[in-house]
Design a protein around this ligand. Structure first.
Ligand code: GTP
Length: 838
């Protein structure tokens, strides 16, 4: 016989389940449909409850939710548990004379009562006692006042709450408190819903175990509890900004593990010296969620760490300048270096033997700090076959066309917002994340940035409102798959933009069409021209101009055509043909023109494809032209990130297939260290799902075996067995100079960029001036200096000898053979590698 239904036991069970800690957490729990229903009912409910006390937002929402959105029933039930506010009785109207008479009568009565109150001994004593008590409570020592306060605070809420109460100041913070709800006498259907809730709470209990660990006793003590584990770095990561000495943390709880997974901050007390100013700031982030939308494309071991510290240090350009100076001063040390022929540690492991290891005791006087020593291993000479061979033609046919694109444009042109909107509209991010970002951005007064935060997820980016690192995100539509690379617009971060632009075939150029904004981004120091020039120099095949923020000029056609006219002239000047450009009026903020959101009624002059539709069209065209590169060219893979795998010498290399294809089981060699490793698995997409093969244009992660992770870094190139990539320190390049303040002479130092690699370099020799339109035609042979806007062939020498950069000519690869030169924070030239001197 089944056990009898025990209503009481059920009640007990639900009561011990932790409650939602705040409204935000509950909002996150609801699905979209429930959230929308709640958004309709909640304002009505709060209006209806204005005459009641003892409720808070969460309580109201839970009541509605518990009654399965039966509004009337929820309100009846809720009101039953609430008290009505006392309302002052309206005074009857009276004349001024009448009021005066009443007052006089009242005063007279009072005087009479006082005069008849003759003090007896007992009265005197009790009044004295009263006075002493009062005085004591006001003028006692700080310690006794604190004890008094502690006692009174302790007594209050501990009787009232059984759930995971968080804050001592929760009277002010209505959202933080949850009273136990009456769940005992509900109908069956209500029980089901309650069970759902309790299940959820159980899950939350796991997530929030730390929050539960904070007992009522502890949290209600009126002490400031500084939690040592809230380091400035964690604070930054949470999007809170810099945590200085003046910030004391109150009521902070986290999971007890070393890896902070879920954090809750309920209050921050600012300015410990001047007396606390309490700011109510609730914020929680799951790191797993923070990183769910994008993958930062930097080498975690080096560049990512640097990017995170960017704002605490000098600007990248200052660093470059200093590095250049030091590099030239330190050339003597570099020459004196010698190479160790073997490394016994590796021999004993039976792994690849480093051919030219640096000996451990060598003095490291390199100009760059923390540069890894790159050893060289014995590369494989025999290729291995795929584990489960895939018919490449069939594989390509089974896949939707893929396109990777970079988003470029002046700072604040709305790039991140545009991409956030795009990802939202195509369904790559859900409502919940958007709502969460909206709340968090509102909390720090930057609500208009919530869409941008889908892409800009590091604390620096959020606090300064600029994109620092490059990041990628994959999404899919009915007709194609895409990888977005979001590049920073700020001039301090042009090197990152170079790394971003180097990876892709298409650029989306975001233009801020709002009044005067285009002009400031286009002229003089704006990044519109510099980014477009970079895009052109780094081999971008097509530009989609997103005429963004058109909502701010009421979709005025004249603004669109004026900007288009100016840009077309500029494109022509730098050799971008009109058929290589598409134009789409749009608004990232409100969504029109991005994907399927219709234009407002006032916009009648454009009926072309939306931004996403334009990209879909381009992907189809490129698919046909890329066929040859996939099937006939050798596999080349530019590495953007490397992390150790879970086992022994496993590693995961993330990057882009530049040409050819690869399958599991094949052997590849990584340059410059020349390690040969076997491909174990290929993972693709945001969810990193396994795929049998990767082809040209794909951004994938490749799991490999027998790798020495320390000798692999962002900027390295992997190739199929038998394909050699040297690390030339000197090479000839064909360049186009940009606007120069001073001419380029033999010996002029600058910073050299190839993909995500950068290194100090100098002009070794000026060879010739060539025709801009036909570079094969030499215009002048004896060249003493190079001025602005000249096309020339020069010899370049890399100064940093220890960081070897794998180099390819433009003949070998159309992307990897492209380079950029920068000096004093400006791009001075861009071009292609012609010949390598090994
Ligand atoms: N009116 C309007 N404002 C927008 C639009 N898109 C972005 N904005 C606002 O412009 C500001 C900058 O937007 P972001 O997306 O951060 O700009 P960004 O180009 O990514 O900036 P960086 O990363 O610094 O280069 C924010 O305040 C946005 O809300 C738009 O379509 N219309």
């Amino acid at each position: 016989m089944p056990p009898a239904y025990d209503d009481e036991a059920d009640y007990e069970y639900h009561d011990e389940v932790p409650e939602f800690q705040d409204e935000a957490e509950f909002d996150d729990y609801m699905n979209d449909e429930e959230y929308n229903l709640m958004s309709e009912m909640f304002p009505r409910a709060t209006k209806e409850l204005t005459d009641y006390q003892g409720w808070d937002n969460l309580k109201v929402k839970l009541a509605i939710f518990d009654h399965e959105f039966d509004y009337e029933e929820a309100m009846i039930d809720l009101k039953r548990t609430l008290k009505k506010k006392k309302t002052e009785k309206p005074q009857p109207k009276m004349s001024a004379l009448e009021r005066l008479a009443r007052d006089r009568a009242k005063n007279f009565k009072k005087t009479q009562e006082t005069s008849t109150d003759v003090p007896t001994r007992l009265n005197k004593l009790s009044s004295l006692q009263r006075q002493t008590k009062d005085t004591a409570s006001h003028a006692s020592s700080p310690a006794s006042r604190l004890a008094h306060l502690a006692a009174s605070t302790r007594n209050k809420p501990s009787q009232k709450y059984s759930g995971p109460t968080l804050s001592a100041d929760t009277e002010k913070n209505s959202n933080a408190l949850v009273e136990p709800r009456n769940t005992g006498s509900s109908s069956k259907s209500r029980m089901t819903l309650v069970s759902r809730l309790s299940d959820l709470r159980k899950t939350h209990r796991k997530d929030h175990s730390a929050a539960e660990n904070v007992s009522v006793e502890e949290t209600t003590k009126p002490e400031f509890k500084a939690v040592p584990r809230l380091t400035p770095a964690i604070s930054q990561d949470l999007g809170f900004g810099e945590l200085t000495k003046n910030y004391n943390l109150l009521h902070f709880s986290s999971q007890p593990s070393e890896e902070v997974e879920h954090l809750h901050i309920t209050k921050i007390v600012v300015g410990s010296d001047a007396g606390p100013v309490v700011q109510d700031s609730r914020l929680k982030r799951k790191h797993s969620e923070v990183f769910s939308v994008y993958y930062p494309d930097t080498n975690k071991q080096t560049a990512k760490r640097q990017a995170l510290n960017n704002f605490q240090k000098k600007s990248p350009d200052d660093v470059v300048m200093e590095a250049q100076k030091r590099a030239f001063e330190a050339t003597k040390g570099i020459e004196s270096l010698s190479l160790d022929k073997s490394n016994p540690a590796n021999v004993s492991k039976g792994n690849a033997v480093p051919k030219n290891s640096l000996s451990e005791d060598e003095e490291d006087d390199r100009p760059f700090e923390a540069e890894p020593k790159i050893r060289t291993y014995k590369k494989a000479t025999v290729a291995t076959k795929p584990k489960k061979p895939v018919d490449l033609q069939a594989f390509i046919a089974s896949k939707k066309p893929h396109l990777s694109f970079v988003v470029i444009g002046h700072v604040d042109a709305g790039k991140s917002t545009l991409m956030g909107r795009l990802l939202y509209d195509v369904g790559a991010v859900d409502n919940k994340l958007i709502r969460k970002l909206k709340r968090e951005s509102e909390m720090i007064g930057k609500s208009s940035f919530h869409l941008a935060w889908v892409m800009d997820q590091t604390a620096e980016e959020r606090n300064r409102g600029v994109t620092v690192d490059i990041c990628t995100s994959d999404f899919e539509t009915e007709h194609a798959t895409f990888t977005i690379v979001d590049a920073p617009g700020h001039r301090d971060f042009v090197p990152n933009a170079i790394a971003g632009v180097s990876q892709v075939d298409v650029a989306v150029l975001s233009i801020d069409c709002s009044t005067d904004a285009f002009e400031s981004g286009f002229n003089l120091d704006g990044q519109t021209k510099e980014h477009t020039l970079l895009a052109r120099s780094l081999g971008i095949r097509h530009i989609v101009v997103a005429m963004n923020k058109m909502d701010s000029v009421d979709w005025y056609e004249g603004r669109f055509t004026d900007i288009k006219f100016e840009l077309l002239q500029f494109f022509e000047d730098i050799g971008i043909k009109s058929e290589q450009v598409s134009w789409v009026p749009c608004s990232g903020l409100s969504g029109e023109g991005v994907y399927k959101t219709k234009y407002p009624a006032g916009q009648t002059w454009y009926n072309g494809p939306s931004l996403v539709e334009s990209l879909e069209e381009i992907s189809k065209v490129f698919r046909v032209s890329d066929h040859h590169d996939i099937l006939e060219k050798p596999f080349l893979f530019s590495i953007l990130d490397v992390v150790p795998g879970s086992k022994g010498n496993d590693a995961i290399l993330s990057g882009k297939v530049e040409s050819g294809s690869i399958q599991g089981g094949e052997t590849i060699t990584i340059f410059p260290s020349e390690q040969s490793v076997v491909v174990d698995q290929i993972l693709t997409g945001n969810a990193q799902t396994p795929t049998p093969a990767a082809i040209r244009g794909d951004f994938v992660s490749v799991k490999v075996r027998n790798a020495f992770v320390d000798d692999i870094q962002s900027g390295d190139i992997a190739a199929v067995v038998g394909y050699d990539i040297g690390s030339a320190q000197e090479f000839s390049a064909q360049l186009l100079t940009f606007k120069l303040d001073r001419p380029l002479l033999p010996g002029t130092p600058f910073m050299f960029f190839r993909g995500s690699c950068e290194q100090p370099a100098r002009v070794k020799k000026l060879i010739s001036l060539v025709d801009k339109a036909d570079p094969a035609r030499v215009v002048k042979k004896k060249v003493k200096h190079l001025g602005s806007n000249q096309a020339a062939v020069i010899e370049i020498e890399l100064v940093e000898k220890k960081r070897r950069i794998p180099m390819l000519t433009i003949e070998q690869n159309k992307h990897l053979g492209r380079i950029v030169l920068r000096k004093e924070g400006r791009t001075i030239a861009a071009g292609v590698v012609k010949t390598l001197e090994m």
